[in-house]
Design a binder for this molecule. Structure first.
Ligand SMILES: NC(=O)c1ccc[n+]([C@@H]2O[C@H](COP(=O)([O-])OP(=O)(O)OC[C@H]3O[C@@H](n4cnc5c(N)ncnc54)[C@H](OP(=O)(O)O)[C@@H]3O)[C@@H](O)[C@H]2O)c1
Length: 104
């Protein structure tokens, strides 16, 4: 498997990546890898405090960064999804990559 920096990367600027259920597990791991590669990664969780705590952990050297959504995101709740979309549009204007990782 190639190292992070060997992977093809189509963006000139830092892409905005949203990962659902990313306070722990594979989602948090992928978030760190994307941040090391230069992405702006939005961590999300049903409990926003968990996402904020996960974003505060170090992810290693890289030009990107981990951030968290201000509110919880429950992928089974349409109102929660719409609120997250509104918040992301307001703060970032776009999502370049969506990783729908959340699962019970
Ligand atoms: N690990 C494996 O070997 C493996 C293999 C095949 C596929 N997968 C898939 O890969 C993904 C991640 O796996 P993982 O092992 O990292 O799982 P995990 O450690 O259990 O993490 C799953 C995450 O999803 C969140 N979540 C659950 N329901 C949610 C909902 N309704 N809305 C938002 N977030 C929700 C959980 O948040 P809470 O903290 O709120 O519970 C948790 O952070 C899953 O989709 C899993 O099915 C994993």
């Amino acid at each position: 498997m190639p190292a992070d920096n060997d992977a093809a990367w189509p963006w000139k600027d830092s892409p905005v990546c949203l990962i659902t259920g990313s306070a722990r597990g594979l989602g948090r791991g992928v978030a760190a890898a994307l941040a090391r590669r230069g992405a702006t990664v939005l961590l999300s969780a049903r409990d926003p405090a968990k996402a904020a705590a996960a974003a505060a952990l170090p992810s290693g050297e890289g030009a990107g960064e981990l951030r968290s959504l201000p509110d919880g995101l429950d992928v089974t709740d349409a109102a929660s999804i719409n609120a997250a979309a509104t918040a992301i549009q307001r703060s970032y204007g776009r999502v370049d990559v969506l990783i729908n990782n959340a699962a019970a």
